[in-house]
Design a protein around this ligand. Sequence first.
Ligand code: ARG
Length: 463
Amino acid sequence: MSDKSSNQMWGGRFAAGPDAIMEAINASIGFDKRMAAQDIAGSRAHAAMLAAQDIVTPSDAEAMREGLLTVLSEIETGEFAFSTALEDIHMNVEARLKEVIGDPAGRLHTGRSRNDQVATDFRLWVRDQLDAAASGLTALIGALVAQADAGADWVMPGFTHLQTAQPVTWGHHMMAYVEMFARDLSRVQDARRRMNESPLGAAALAGTSFPIDRDMTAQALGFDRPMANSLDAVSDRDFALEFLSVASISAMHLSRMAEELVIWSSAQFRFVTLSDRFSTGSSIMPQKKNPDAAELIRAKIGRIFGANVALMMVMKGLPLAYSKDMQEDKEQVFDAADNWMLALAAMEGMVKDMSANRANLEAAASAGFSTATDLADWLVRTLDLPFRDAHHVTGSLVAMAERKGCDLPDLSLEDMQSVHAEITSDVFEVLGVHNSVASRTSYGGTAPVRVREQVARWKEILE
Ligand code: ARG
């Protein structure tokens, strides 16, 4: 305190303040101010506990409580002057508290350290983001279920290798994404359950000799329990890595769906029309309507998975307990969280607004010999051919249709019988795409009856 240029929080043993470059590399206030509300919540819980345990007087604790609320409102209204010299959000808040309430502010840091403080703030912040992701995923699932409900029996081509494979239903395709985003949601819920423990009271690394009550602060902050090991509490960031892993997998799902929307909205496919609200025009080509939101969602996985890799690299090889390396955790998580939430909201908006072009889907479903498997299955069922032979006969019929420039249902019975004499006119029933999808009634299959069951199940879950 005697030397004005040394840090007012830890400058006791320092004769001089830091070099400007030192300050620039050291300070985190530029980004960790996003945790101001969490920092103040943690301090309020700590102050109340200190009073309950007779570590500070009730009047000091009351001064801290009121002062912290004042600081919070200054931050919320934008009046607060953040200082780089004060390094981070923890010291910015405490220094301002000192200006507002005077001496009692100096007692707030009893029995805690910035190490357990930052671990607590960051857990609270990540927990909020997990909750936001759960809402975003639920809303997206709702939008997909609505699409599936509307088009449970619309036929479209199902692809493997992006080559026409077998007809499927629009509803079935939408519900495939519902399953993926539902697993993302369950990963979010798992991660939240696992991370919801309080580091507060671990102090610098070894715990404290003050008679603190860690259960009380844990409860006040909505944690399930205090963390059981103080070294672990201040030194692990696995909860942030789990957040980034869950976000990465979800961003991968979003990216795949976005890619399909890009393909489907092209003039070559015309499977869907995206709304004007989620498209942009070209500055030079007047005819264009670009799926920019889908393209950006497709790309977001890059920075989100990048954050996951970056933080994993920061954490690998760090000895216990706290090291300053760990300050590099926040920007990665902040950026990934912002972009995941944005991608979820944009995808929900696009799915809600888009319209499937039913006629184009059906025309595409019929092209490309998509019912060849149905023909082979018919030969097995009706003529008792081994599947390999049925596959061969069907292959010959596909080749014949290709030569004639027609589709399988357009071949005559004589054409069919020239390849296999026992084929009867009944075969034509299985060559239509509607019969094809209606026949795939196995559990999890594409038949409209099965899709409607899944839609009903999800509507119930969402209610
Ligand atoms: N700004 C620091 C961080 O984000 C807070 C903890 C600092 N602790 C310390 N011992 N220097 O990690």
